[in-house]
Design a protein around this ligand. Structure first.
Ligand SMILES: CC(C)(COP(=O)(O)OP(=O)(O)OC[C@H]1O[C@@H](n2cnc3c(N)ncnc32)[C@H](O)[C@@H]1OP(=O)(O)O)[C@@H](O)C(=O)NCCC(=O)NCCS
Length: 213
């Protein structure tokens, strides 16, 4: 069994544990910056970088240690930073592809990305690092998805869409072909996006338009 740690002890950790259960991975520890209980009674949780260093120092065996960052929502920048920090600490970023996802043979998937159950990554798609493609999301041909992007459950990206770094596409949103979604933009759940979205903009509705927070 290959040993893997998860950084983040909330819902995304449950999703990843299930996705990893089909392969020969064993989650040996969970880490979180908040003092929350472990989501799994048989897997210990430790807190912050200090907790990580203490756990690493007590680890026996010299086998490779893999790492997944289990942080969803619109925190793609945190997800990518943590992945890079864990790499510097000597872990190997794990790219998770659920066995019931479809990934075209010519698609490119960056390290530490998470492709979840029933999702589809179609021909010539390019995904950056630390991307989440959530349950039943569909990314059609020639899309380009930047580092730290999260495509929410059931979202549909038509062909040639570009989503820049840290963008978040809410559950069930539909993005029409060839649109560009700017860095850190947020697309609300259920939106139908018919025009380009600027960096940091938040849009929702059908047709999607800017909303105030
Ligand atoms: C778009 C979103 C990010 C806005 O969140 P927020 O900044 O906290 O916004 P608020 O809840 O304060 O809502 C602001 C306004 O936008 C409206 N609104 C919020 N989300 C909306 C949506 N998805 N579609 C249409 N209108 C929406 C609210 O009704 C509110 O309108 P009002 O001012 O007339 O009352 C959030 O509602 C959303 O859709 N998130 C996606 C969640 C998701 O899909 N998660 C997947 C997890 S895996």
């Amino acid at each position: 069994m290959r040993e893997v740690i998860l950084w983040g002890g909330t819902g995304q950790a449950r999703v990843l544990l299930e996705a990893l259960s089909y392969d020969d991975f064993r989650v040996v520890a969970i880490f979180d910056n908040q003092p929350i209980p472990s989501p799994f009674p048989d897997i210990p949780i430790h807190y912050g970088q200090e907790g990580f260093h203490a756990w690493l120092a007590s680890r026996t065996g010299a086998t490779s240690l893999y790492a997944c960052v289990a942080i969803g929502g619109s925190k793609g920048s945190d997800r990518l930073s943590l992945l890079q920090w864990l790499k510097q600490e000597g872990t190997q970023p794990l790219t998770v592809i659920h066995p019931r996802a479809f990934v075209a043979a010519d698609a490119q998937i960056g390290e530490g990305s998470q492709i979840l159950a029933m999702s589809a990554i179609c021909s010539n798609v390019k995904l950056g690092s630390a991307v989440i493609v959530n349950t039943n999301a569909s990314i059609d041909h020639d899309c380009v998805i930047g580092d730290g992007v999260h495509i929410g459950p059931g979202a549909t990206l038509a062909g040639e869409v570009c989503v820049e770094e840290y963008g978040f596409v809410g559950a069930g949103a539909v993005l029409l072909p060839r649109l560009k979604i700017g860095r850190s933009a947020i697309i609300g759940a259920g939106a139908v996006v018919t025009r380009d979205v600027a960096a940091n903009e938040i849009v929702a509705g059908n047709p999607a338009s800017a909303i105030m927070r």
